[in-house]
Design a protein. Structure first.
Length: 380
């Protein structure tokens, strides 16, 4: 199902000036309503299967929903008035495309800024948008201007502060970091007798985690972006039961950093200079040389430094997954590095604990070596 997002964005300049919702006239607001409806019609005429109305992050409709909305008329102040424009847009789009054309919405379940709204309000926002005619609710978080970090000579970018981190949780955040928001919204909708699907997003990267979320009823659908930027074939490989061949996102957020600097977005794990993920149908797995990976560990610098010998492959080694276990616990993949790097610094290890490590090399098709030898290490 192909559903393009429809977005409206207020003006912003390199000088630091940006247009705010209180700067818009009533005519401007009505133009936004009409433009959304017209865009939805164009999507339908172009053959798309539905549309998603983007009301999250720093986009215009999100700024109307925000508790930072300073308008003093019928479009600001109370939650009901902050909802007025998003409701008008939703209703106009529904009238324009008809009842049978799927219309979804993406909005912030939590603003993640000081004084911003949380799930206590977002669950009500979701209910009202469903009542206005949306067919599903996709829940995001953060990405606001209010805590963005200014950079001289560049437009203010809304993903540079804490709210930006919450929008795209990096490697320091736990898996499914924002799940509680979608779960709270879904629970409230069900309590109101509403069964509209709720989409959970935010560092959900394995099929096991996604299936557990669905089985537990925390959400009805799973959304992901960075894992599919890393490996566009993620859905196809998982559907075929070959998650072992997925090139797995390590959440280094180089893609986010490049976007912040208005550069071409690329993935940290892609081969250097690439602007797309590599494609390969190769079935030959990389291999360790006769000496093996020769994995070593050094815990003398207040961290554990891993080093290993490069693997070999008929097409070329793409990267290495790093696996770690605490004591005799289960191994988990903690990170990845692109080839030709053959070292890793585990800065999250602490003294007083024993760690076990191994590495695996993978090629462009996601074929992997057997695990290297396992090594035991301590800090100090």
């Amino acid at each position: 199902m192909r559903c393009p997002q429809i977005i409206h964005f207020l003006k912003i300049s390199r000088s630091g000036w940006r247009q705010k919702v209180e700067d818009l006239s009533n005519d401007d607001i009505q133009n936004i309503v009409e433009n959304y409806a017209a865009a939805a019609v164009r999507c339908a005429e172009a053959g798309y299967d539905g549309v998603e109305l983007h009301m999250a992050h720093a986009y215009t409709l999100s700024s109307f929903l925000s508790r930072m909305n300073k308008r003093r008329d019928d479009y600001g102040g109370s939650l009901d008035r902050r909802l007025r424009l998003p409701i008008e847009v939703t209703q106009a789009v529904r009238r324009a495309v008809g009842e049978s054309f799927p219309v979804g919405v993406r909005f912030d379940g939590e603003e993640c800024i000081k004084g911003g709204y949380t799930v206590d309000e977002s669950r009500l926002i979701a209910l009202r948008l469903v009542q206005a005619g949306v067919d599903y609710v996709s829940v995001s978080a953060g990405g606001k201007f209010e805590d963005a970090q200014p950079r001289e000579g560049e437009p203010l970018y809304p993903y540079t502060g804490y709210s930006g981190e919450r929008c795209m949780p990096g490697k320091t955040y736990p898996p499914a970091a924002n799940l509680y928001i979608a779960a709270g919204i879904k629970q409230f909708l069900r309590e109101q007798g509403v069964h509209t699907p709720v989409v959970a997003t935010g560092k959900i990267s394995t099929p096991e985690l996604a299936e557990r979320i669905l089985a537990e009823g925390s959400a009805d659908l799973i959304g992901m972006a960075r894992p599919i930027l890393c490996d566009p074939d993620w859905p196809r490989k998982v559907q075929a039961g070959r998650f072992d061949k997925v090139i797995r996102c390590c959440y280094a957020n180089v893609c986010k950093a490049k976007d912040e600097r208005f550069q071409t977005v690329s993935c940290f794990l892609w081969p250097k200079g690439s602007i797309q993920a590599p494609e390969s149908d190769d079935t030959v797995a990389p291999h360790w040389s006769g000496q093996g990976a020769n994995l070593t560990a050094d815990g003398s610098k207040g961290r554990i430094d891993l080093r290993w010998h490069a693997a070999e492959d008929n097409e070329g080694v793409y990267g290495y997954d790093i696996w770690r276990a605490l004591g005799q616990g289960e191994f988990e993949r903690i990170d990845a590095v692109p080839a030709p790097v053959t070292a890793y610094h585990d800065t999250t290890a602490v003294a007083g604990l024993e760690y076990r490590y191994y590495v695996q090399a993978y090629d462009h098709a996601g074929n992997r070596t057997p695990a290297s030898e396992t090594i035991i290490a301590r800090v100090g």
